[in-house]
Design a protein around this ligand. Structure first.
Ligand SMILES: Cc1cc2nc3c(=O)[nH]c(=O)nc-3n(C[C@H](O)[C@H](O)[C@H](O)COP(=O)(O)OP(=O)(O)OC[C@H]3O[C@@H](n4cnc5c(N)ncnc54)[C@H](O)[C@@H]3O)c2cc1C
Length: 487
């Protein structure tokens, strides 16, 4: 696998590296020969390409010094070894959100390698296994080849009230089906895989706490995307077929989009060198908890999209001649306040990060959960305010073809004009962008991914409950109230 592709340097190298892999991919009920050339898939590849381009354009921000060998590596392949590493990661994520206005699909992979550094170390300490040096060998090659890894954590899960071993269909959680002297075979599926086609590797990890009855489900490993037995079924996004229409205006954001796929594993082989957990079920819960500490802070990326939303709302207000009106300004202030509240919880969780025994640093869990919980709400309110400022035209606009038609173009240009000095075409473009991010293709990334990615809201509330130490808070309150404390 490593020798199949030369190390990636530029964004263009990355795009080329995705070609010719013969992946089994289905979209609209048909198999796709070359995903890279599909107009609906291309914008999602372009969003990932931006992560390579940024490393070239702003190396201070988007690259880092590998702790393994001192080489410069893409920051998406760098294990955080200080609070500053996590702060820089957050800044890079916000920047990429601003550049793409969508999900650029690399955060879950980064967070999965970050958690593997400490979990493999801890399993080795407890069981005398060799997972950590194995993982380090894999990471070294991943960094050298500058490839992308996606994280497949979410199993389809079937009946949510039941544990993996209790499901009627055992494939609803990924499990080991067979093993030989060289490795193990796994079956099952990973759902909602962000960048699932646009990556080179996929890490599979358990999605929840496991018991000793779930030993066969306690598997962590990496597979190349072209591994035998893998089938990908492409996820639809709202308004996605606009990408296949002529013209760019109605797309709202013609350049960038996210991607999610269902990856189905039919007895896929994972060799020992790529296995980082095999049956140590008691480490599933700490692994998930640590992963979420990283990943919930990664949702800082949505503040980059929030910046675009504030900018789009301010622009439409300006084009409507209303930018100085007090309620408009106040709504822009409210949007900014919400957006910066998300940012502050994330960046604080990075500043408050701590080292783990393996040497990797990890975000403060409480603040990361607060960040993600903010993200499950505030982008919806920011979107509501953007739609308020946009006016109804954002959902009743005729098509680009009507604007270009000899019969109707002049009428639309006349009646959809805002401020005299602003071309109608520009007013239409900014309205389409707001539509794209609040109702269209990139609302997947800005809204529903904000809701469910890295765990639905209740998952954060459970973590906040665990960490909130209410007894200590009661102690402080009672002391000030003059109540005699028993302990
Ligand atoms: C756009 C997008 C991108 C994503 N990307 C990735 C990715 O790259 N990799 C990855 O691994 N995952 C990814 N995810 C998956 C994400 O982590 C899950 O969506 C999330 O964990 C919720 O799981 P679910 O979608 O199965 O929802 P469900 O589990 O069906 O949850 C639905 C509701 O039921 C509640 N619920 C569920 N189970 C229980 C229970 N046992 N008791 C009480 N209430 C319960 C939840 O709180 C929620 O309110 C992505 C999701 C989205 C939407």
């Amino acid at each position: 696998m490593w020798s199949q592709f030369k190390p990636i340097v530029t964004g263009d190298d990355y795009v080329e590296s995705l070609r010719g892999r013969n992946l089994t991919v289905y979209l609209f009920g048909e198999q796709i020969k070359e995903p890279v050339d599909h107009p609906m898939i291309w914008p999602s590849i372009n969003a990932l390409k931006a992560t390579y381009d940024l490393a070239t354009d702003e190396p201070e921000l988007a690259s880092a010094t590998s702790h393994l060998n001192g080489e410069k590596v893409n920051r998406f392949l760098h294990i955080p070894h200080s609070a500053q590493d996590l702060v820089m990661k957050n800044r890079m994520q916000r920047k990429l959100g601003q550049i793409t206005g969508t999900c650029f699909q690399r955060c879950a992979g980064l967070d999965s390698i970050s958690v593997m550094h400490s979990i493999t170390y801890d399993i080795d300490q407890a069981h005398g296994t060799e997972y950590h040096p194995r993982f380090i060998r894999f990471l070294e090659r991943l960094q050298k080849h500058n490839q992308i890894i996606a994280a497949g954590m979410t199993d389809p899960k079937g009946d949510r009230s039941k544990a993996p071993h209790e499901q009627a269909d055992q494939d609803l959680f990924m499990r080991i089906t067979d093993r030989n002297e060289n490795g193990v075979f796994v079956s099952g599926a990973k759902a909602h895989m962000t960048g699932g086609l646009n990556s080179h590797w996929m890490m599979v990890l358990p999605t929840m706490r496991l018991s000793e009855h779930d030993k066969d489900f306690a598997i962590i490993g990496v597979v190349p995307l072209q591994a035998e037995g893998l089938t990908y079924i492409y996820g639809r996004q709202s308004c996605d077929t606009r990408a296949m229409e002529a013209g760019d205006v109605d797309k709202g954001n013609a350049q960038y989009a996210g991607q999610e796929v269902l990856a189905v594993f039919d007895n896929v082989f994972i060799p020992w060198e790529h296995i980082f957990m095999d049956g140590e079920y008691e480490f599933a819960a700490p692994m998930v908890e640590r992963f979420t500490s990283y990943h919930r802070a990664s949702y800082v990326c949505k503040t980059g999209l929030g910046d675009v939303m504030v900018g789009a709302a301010a622009t439409i207000a300006e084009y409507n001649g209303l930018e100085k009106v007090s309620h408009i300004r106040d709504k822009l202030v409210e949007m900014t306040h919400l957006n910066e509240t998300i940012y502050s919880s994330s960046i604080a969780s990075a500043h408050e990060s701590k080292p783990l025994p393996s040497g990797a640093w990890i975000n403060d869990s409480m603040l990361a959960n607060v960040c993600k919980h903010n993200v499950t709400r505030f982008p919806y309110e920011i979107s509501r305010l953007a739609q308020d400022l946009a006016g109804g035209l954002m959902v009743t606009l005729p098509s680009q073809q009507d604007f270009e038609s000899e019969e109707t173009g002049a009428l639309l240009d006349k009646y959809f004009k805002g401020r005299e000095d602003i071309p109608t075409a520009d007013r239409v473009k900014i309205l389409r962008l707001i539509e794209n991010m609040t109702l269209g293709r990139n609302a997947v990334g800005y809204l529903t991914e904000s809701m469910h990615g890295a765990g639905s809201p209740q998952a954060q509330r459970i973590q906040i409950l665990r960490g909130m130490n209410v007894d200590q808070k009661k102690w402080h309150a009672k002391k000030l109230a003059g109540i005699q404390q028993v302990d």
